[in-house]
Design a protein. Structure first.
Length: 174
């Protein structure tokens, strides 16, 4: 059973994935792609590598057949054919602070904030046709988020998409 943990950079995916890794297998998509030669050319504007999502998909296909719960951590993980997609959401102001601390360029921070406000990853996830849960973890501790993810994989309908709306943030940022 393959579960994608996705969301805009800075929402807290890797932090919660790290907690989940004490109980479950977790694959960090970025390092997995690097190790398996699935990185494409460097995108100078974005300041990151593109990933060949078709090859990524092929390479992880066998995992969905297993009963073992395997989490995928990464903002591209929802492009992998998986059983459930968990989209983590976070207030744009918090994302701003976190990405600034990470040393991202203003352009890259703005791109990510825009993507969060416009629900880009949520929309991509829902349109994949895979069962999708949405969790606003702005005011949750990482252990609380981990517990909610465990609930969501048992019953994804408890956390349906559409619960988060950052549209009142648009004027502030753009
Ligand atoms: N629930 C949380 N509460 C407070 N800070 C958090 C929480 N989750 C993550 N962080 C902090 O936010 C930053 C980004 O988290 P990270 O897990 O790397 O995000 P992502 O993997 O989604 O890019 C880190 O500095 C992390 O310590
Ligand atoms: Mg991460």
């Amino acid at each position: 059973m393959l579960i994608a943990i996705t969301g805009t950079p800075g929402v807290g995916k890797s932090t919660v994935a790290n907690l989940l890794s004490t109980k479950y297998k977790v694959i960090d998509i970025n390092s997995y792609a690097k190790r398996n030669g699935l990185l494409e050319e460097f995108d100078v504007e974005l300041g990151s590598y593109n990933v060949d999502t078709n090859k990524l998909n092929d390479s992880l296909k066998y995992k969905t057949k297993s009963r073992e719960v395997v989490f995928l951590d990464g903002h591209l993980s929802h492009f992998v054919n998986c059983d459930i997609i968990i989209v983590l959401r976070c207030d744009p102001n918090t994302i701003y602070k976190r990405l600034k601390q990470r040393g991202y360029s203003l352009r890259k921070i703005q791109d990510n904030i825009q993507s969060e406000i416009l629900d880009i990853i949520l929309s991509e996830s829902v349109s994949s046709g895979t069962i999708t849960s949405e969790i606003n973890c702005t005011n949750l501790t990482p252990p609380e988020t981990a517990r909610i993810i465990e609930k969501a994989i048992k019953n994804p309908s408890l956390f349906p998409p559409g619960s988060v709306d950052w549209s009142n943030e648009i004027d502030k940022w753009f």
